[in-house]
Design a protein around this ligand. Structure first.
Ligand code: 5GP
Ligand code: ZN
Length: 113
């Protein structure tokens, strides 16, 4: 499949992997928008949050727990961070494989641009 995140998951292209288990992978974003910018990615190819359903919704709990764990490991749990899911064109999604951005290490304004 011509999907950059599936290729990273299948080790066909390199990435800095910071976490991996049977269901999830977390990598450094190639174009970081904050001192810490990780991508938390389900290994299952879901196009976006719109493909979450009763069968696969447990992945959301796994991702939230991984975000907590990585926020602690990267030292941004106390000061705070942003967990973002861009969805579709107007949402700014550029890679059509569900992923959560974990951003931290600087103050982030709201609303984003
Ligand atoms: P989106 O715009 O879909 O919310 O986020 C996609 C993210 O994936 C962007 O922040 C972009 O920098 C990152 N990205 C795109 N291609 C690659 C890649 O090949 N490797 C890594 N590590 N990140 C990528
Ligand atoms: Zn994919």
């Amino acid at each position: 499949m011509d999907c950059v995140f599936c290729k990273i998951i299948n080790k066909e292209i390199p990435a800095k992997i910071v976490y991996e288990d049977e269901d999830l992978i977390a990598i450094n974003d190639a174009n970081p928008q904050a001192p810490i910018h990780l991508l938390l990615i389900p290994k299952q190819h879901l196009k976006s949050i719109m493909e979450i359903n009763d069968e696969n919704a447990q992945i959301l709990e796994q991702i939230i727990k991984l975000a907590q764990k990585l926020a602690g490991e990267f030292g941004i749990d106390e000061k705070g961070f942003r967990l973002v899911v861009n969805t579709g064109n107007d949402g700014g999604q550029t890679v059509p494989h569900l992923h959560f951005h974990l951003l931290g290490g600087r103050f982030m304004k709201w609303p984003p641009g």
